[in-house]
Write a protein that binds this ligand. Sequence first.
Ligand SMILES: *[C@@H]1O[C@H](CO)[C@@H](O)[C@H](O)[C@H]1NC(C)=O
Length: 409
Amino acid sequence: MHQIWLSLLSGLCLRLFFFCCAEEGLEFPNFDGKDRVLDVNERNYKKALKRYDLLCLFYHEPLPANKGLQKRFQMTELVLELTAQVLENKDIGFGMVDSQKDAKVARKLGLEEVGSLYVFKDDRVIEFDGELSADTLVEFLLDVLEDPVEMLNNAMELRAFERMEEDIRLIGYFKGEDSYYKAFQEASERFQPYIKFFATFDKSVAKHLSLKMNEVNFYEPFMEEPAILPGRPLSEMDIVEFVNQHRRATLRKLRAENMFETWEDDMDGIHIVAFAEEEDPDGYEFLEILKDVARDNTNNPELSIVWIDPDDFPLLTTYWEKTFKLDLFRPQIGVVNVTDADSVWLDMSNDEDLPTPEELEDWIEDVLSGRVNTEDDDESADDQDSPDSYVPEDSYESHDPDEEDDSDD
Ligand SMILES: *[C@@H]1O[C@H](CO)[C@@H](O)[C@H](O)[C@H]1NC(C)=O
């Protein structure tokens, strides 16, 4: 039974299931049936906290009576079991906390959101707000295990740093371990693993980055020039406050490891969403235009565009195509209302050319001023059939995702 569920967890597993081969060296883990995930309760939670470098707790609703929902619950449990199995030789504990049975423990540990996963490291709690799959979770936990600050010691590491344009990065130049580096390190712990902190003690690395002693630079994703944190030396709180103020980037990439957090951080109920496959020539071009626009508008606090590369989310692509009535083989940009997933999309179907940065900027201005919005088309009689002026195809029956019947039991 468990075996069958696990093979469903990943497409690749499924493939191996059918094409079982004799060669070695490429073997996906299959759940071995050994229970590693603890049922956390009042008696054992303190011991668990002490025992591991990381303790990873899934806070869940009581086991549902409905069979379909039970299966869903078992799948979640299996994601944790498989993750625990794969990371067996790391010092990570896994547990489940029942929101009813273990309400007291949950309160003591400060667990709030049912359905969330909390990671305890030293005296910190990190909430995992990403896709609950074994792949994503394993990667996330390995990141959390690392030191929160990565050192840049030479030109090679510097080049790698410079290529990480999708990430929010901070870099500081310090004398050594016993210096203002300490405050930087303390600050980094609060953002691990979502925001990357780098430091150097090396004069030539610092010179290359034009860093003065005790200076910290903040790189927004896709921007060419960093912002310099005001003041030198900086306290932990100086750094924390600056990051909190600047962490919503003008252009940010949706990632499996924190996708829900990103999605919840909307702009007054909407997101400007751009779909573009980086590996596709049109998608790549469109992304370059987006970056241009983002660079021009980086000082506009109102603007944040969520870039989604459909290649990163194969399981969601058909859902998005259906919900937004889109062809995701082409680049798209639109506005999505996060309350009801109602959306309007810039019409890019007629011309061969992608919009110019100027055209895109005009459209974004229309969105921010409310001239382009998801509501205008909603009044028209019954609405169901009215084609949206920004939607190229009107062959669809409904533009409202609530109309779709998605009962899944
Ligand atoms: C989003 O949709 C909800 C529900 O239809 C509506 O009440 C709200 O005004 C919309 N928000 C925006 C910003 O259009």
